[in-house]
Design a protein around this ligand. Sequence first.
Ligand code: GDP
Ligand code: IMO
Ligand code: MG
Length: 428
Amino acid sequence: MPGIVIVGVQWGDEGKGKATDLLGERTDWVVKFNGGNNAGHTVVIGDEKYALHLLPSGILTPGVNAVIGNGVVIDLEVLFSELGALAARGVDTSRLRVSSSAHVITQYHRTLDRVTERFLGKRMIGTTGRGIGPTYADKINRVGIRVQDLFDENILRQKVEGALDQKNHLLVKVFNRRAITVDEIVEDLLLYAERLRPMVADTSLLLNEALDAGDVVVFEGGQATMLDVDHGTYPFVTSSSATAGGASTGSGVGPNRLDRIVGIVKAYTTRVGSGPFPTELHDEQGDWLRSRGFEFGTTTGRPRRVGWYDAPITRYATRINGITDLVLTKLDILTGLERIPVCVAYDVEGTRVEEVPVSQSDFHHAKPILEYYEGWSEDISGARTFDELPRAAREYVLALEAMSGTRISVIGVGAARDAVIVRHDLVD
Ligand code: GDP
Ligand code: IMO
Ligand code: MG
């Protein structure tokens, strides 16, 4: 009766969308438990390419029940435009259910996200500007607007009034912006209420009943371990729990029902936005990796920062999440390198450090200690078994596996849906 959690190991964009899609046919339910439309998942099915932001990627598989859990923050306009776009391409989205306790992103959250970033200047986080941080801040501050509030206009109005009161002072007096009226927000939100109503459910109950019935439930994490608000490179993180624990709190399913924790990790590293990144490349090799790996953001189009594989990060993610299986993606991108550097530990001010330092300034000062592995030049995108990989590629994978402390169960060798090597089944 598997509850399977998919989490990003690095700073996002590891290929979580494709991994969820890979489990597609054997999945009964797919749940998004954190984040919002800051995520960007690209899934390639045949000649068709789908870019999803708010909806879980599992929605692309016919017959799958999709859930937006309580831990998600929802931009309603984005929700309905994404649903519309999928419907136009013939994807059945009628099985989507939305938690009545999920929080809603409003215009003031988007505005605050952008003006705060501008105010931070050099210290900016480099957010996606989608209002994610301010919406989670309101949730924790207990002045958030939840999906269920949309169905009682009086309550909605009171809550928006309460939330806007302080914010308008801030917007006008500090940020020099115009005040936002209660009416415009309420009107905006009510625009979607009736279309949303039939989708709203007690999603915790649905998911627990599904697990009782023996269904396969996949919890699809957005963002990644190093962007997690508790365990990531704070303050250069997102504002949600992107690690495996978030699957439980963000969906209302007990941690003892999460049987497999699958960590998705790229064969090299990327990051979007500001913050420390020890293996980052600033030279032509970085440009080569970025263009070969098409490392440009799905959400904002920003060029992603790129660097080599960082083994301490995978070890850290394994520990924080309790990862049982790793999916190593984009191995094909490394084809053609004579030798492949891997970060095995850090040099922090002259001291060798084996694990991810918990002190922010140590991590900022960490320089990668690299080991070099032999590269390969053969095209590996057609390989479907481990033995079909060139010897050097096998050795690279086995070395990463040994350093990470968890088995690498699946290897991605191309963007296509079937371009994978499965060494261990993720559903059993
Ligand atoms: P996510 O945010 O973790 O879902 O990842 P993104 O979709 O933002 O970025 C991953 C990109 O890599 C997508 O464009 C995928 O189509 C692509 N991709 C995933 N796995 C592989 C792989 O094994 N090889 C190649 N070449 N591309 C892959
Ligand atoms: P997926 O799910 C990569 C980054 C932003 C920024 C920081 C905070 O596609 O892996 P936010 O808007 O969340 O407040 O921004 O987090 N970020 C991501 N980077 N992939 C993502 O999602 C991301 N979601 C947020 O670039 O540095
Ligand atoms: Mg992405």
